[in-house]
Design a protein around this ligand. Structure first.
Ligand SMILES: CCCCCCCCCC(=O)SCCNC(=O)CCNC(=O)[C@H](O)C(C)(C)COP(=O)(O)OP(=O)(O)OC[C@H]1O[C@@H](n2cnc3c(N)ncnc32)[C@H](O)[C@@H]1OP(=O)(O)O
Ligand SMILES: Nc1ncnc2c1ncn2[C@@H]1O[C@H](COP(=O)(O)OP(=O)(O)OP(=O)(O)O)[C@@H](O)[C@H]1O
Ligand SMILES: O=C(O)CCC(=O)C(=O)O
Ligand SMILES: [Fe+2]
Ligand SMILES: [Mg+2]
Length: 339
């Protein structure tokens, strides 16, 4: 393992419980030019905002790598509540408006009784009070604010229940950048929070990241050419090189990773017999603005999204993309401005 990767591994284990306290003399120069240490030029931060939540070390880590793992952030009690609610949704005991329940493509056309064993993920749970609690947890928002600032919107929600791979490798999630899905900017004011709902490692398909790739640009995405099939809307980076230096994020229940929407990431097969669960939310500053993706590499996914939305809502007219996002976005802190 080279030094850079070893550094990443070390940082990954730094949690909020073990966070070293930041000496005041280090913290102050970050908050503005009028510092007493103005002669030594203050560090330039682009991806994080001035805050008293992240240690200098954590802040630098996110700036360099595009992600930050906070150990043990979400309680076992809360995770149990999310599990229970997920189970109720899968068994169709509740059906919150707007929710999308998705099966793995390998079993999409089979006729199974509703249960958590046939659902690979639910998304858009903004109207499910119990699951949406995740997006409003103060311990999560405290960190989110370091990236988005004080006006925070929950733009997209998911609970992923990665099934045991059937042998077709469809349980993989190809390497991608989440920004491919988002018609709003600036990207630096968007962040994903992703919480492990159990121990997750390479055996059950952990997140895999390419550190530092958030400093690059949005790459063209499309369906990977996988023999066993690919799940709907699971686009991957087209020129992904399997030899790039990847980091597998081994996480414990409650650990939460915050990552930048340009960070290249994916997840591997689930080689265990169980399901691998994680809950996530993409947040954005409500100061962000919508952009047109016409003529860009994002046009393909947005056309798919429009098509599915029109079919689901049974519309017979066209629909504006930003209205789809306006409709599912929810303010979780501060005020709603542009989004
Ligand atoms: C949206 C933006 C997200 C941004 C988030 C940031 C990063 C996100 C990265 C991702 O997670 S990418 C994946 C985002 N995924 C989605 O948005 C999920 C979209 N899924 C759906 O909308 C529905 O699950 C789907 C339309 C695929 C199926 O809906 P239903 O279960 O209501 O439909 P139905 O059972 O009637 O099936 C409709 C068709 O879809 C097919 N199908 C079902 N599940 C599938 C699957 N998993 N993959 C491929 N096709 C699938 C099914 O076989 C059938 O095909 P046919 O028309 O040929 O009969
Ligand atoms: N040949 C490939 N082409 C494109 N993406 C790949 C390829 N191999 C792996 N990936 C992607 O890399 C990420 C992690 O895969 P990883 O290698 O950890 O899992 P796996 O191949 O399913 O299992 P393992 O390598 O542990 O046996 C996933 O996003 C996966 O889709
Ligand atoms: O949980 C996973 O497997 C990865 C999910 C992911 O990257 C996504 O949905 O954007
Ligand atoms: Fe993703
Ligand atoms: Mg592999």
């Amino acid at each position: 393992m080279d030094l850079k990767r070893a550094g990443v591994r070390m940082q990954v284990v730094l949690g909020h419980l073990s966070r070293p306290s930041v000496p005041a003399i280090v913290a102050h120069p970050l908050s503005g030019p009028a510092s007493s240490l103005a002669c030594s030029s203050p560090p330039q931060f682009q991806y994080t905002l001035d805050n008293d939540v992240l240690s200098l070390e954590q802040r630098k880590f996110y700036e360099e790598n595009g992600f930050l793992v906070i150990k043990n952030l979400v309680s076992d009690d809360d995770i149990q509540r999310f599990r229970n609610e997920f189970d109720r949704i899968c068994r169709k005991e509740v059906n919150p408006p707007g929710i999308v329940v998705m099966r793995d493509v390998a079993i999409a056309k089979m006729d199974y009784a509703p249960s958590e064993k046939v659902v690979m993920k639910v998304q858009d749970f903004q109207e499910d009070e119990e699951l949406f609690r995740y997006c409003t947890l103060p311990e999560v928002l405290k960190y989110v604010e370091c990236f988005t600032g004080p006006n925070i919107m929950a733009m997209h929600t998911m609970l992923i229940n990665k099934p045991s791979d059937t042998g077709k490798k469809t349980s993989r999630h190809p390497m991608h950048q989440d920004l491919h899905y988002f018609p709003f900017r600036p990207s630096d004011r968007i962040v994903c929070a992703w919480t492990a709902m159990e121990h997750i490692d390479r055996k059950n398909g952990c997140l895999v990241v390419l550190p530092g790739t958030h400093k690059g640009t949005l790459k063209p995405h499309g369906y990977p050419k996988w023999e066993g099939g690919v799940n709907k809307m699971y686009h991957g980076i087209q020129d992904y090189k399997p030899d790039s230096s990847r980091v597998h994020l081994v996480m414990e229940k409650g650990d939460t990773v915050f990552f930048h929407p340009l960070l290249i990431h994916g997840s591997g097969r689930n080689k265990t017999q169980g399901f691998r669960k994680a809950i996530s939310c993409h947040y954005a500053s409500s100061d962000c603005h919508y952009i047109s993706v016409d003529g860009t590499s994002q046009e393909n996914i947005q056309d798919e999204l429009k098509e599915i939305t029109i079919r689901r809502l049974g519309l017979d007219c066209n629909i504006e993309l930003k209205d789809i996002w306006r409709f599912r976005g929810r303010t979780v802190k501060g005020e709603r401005i542009n989004l």
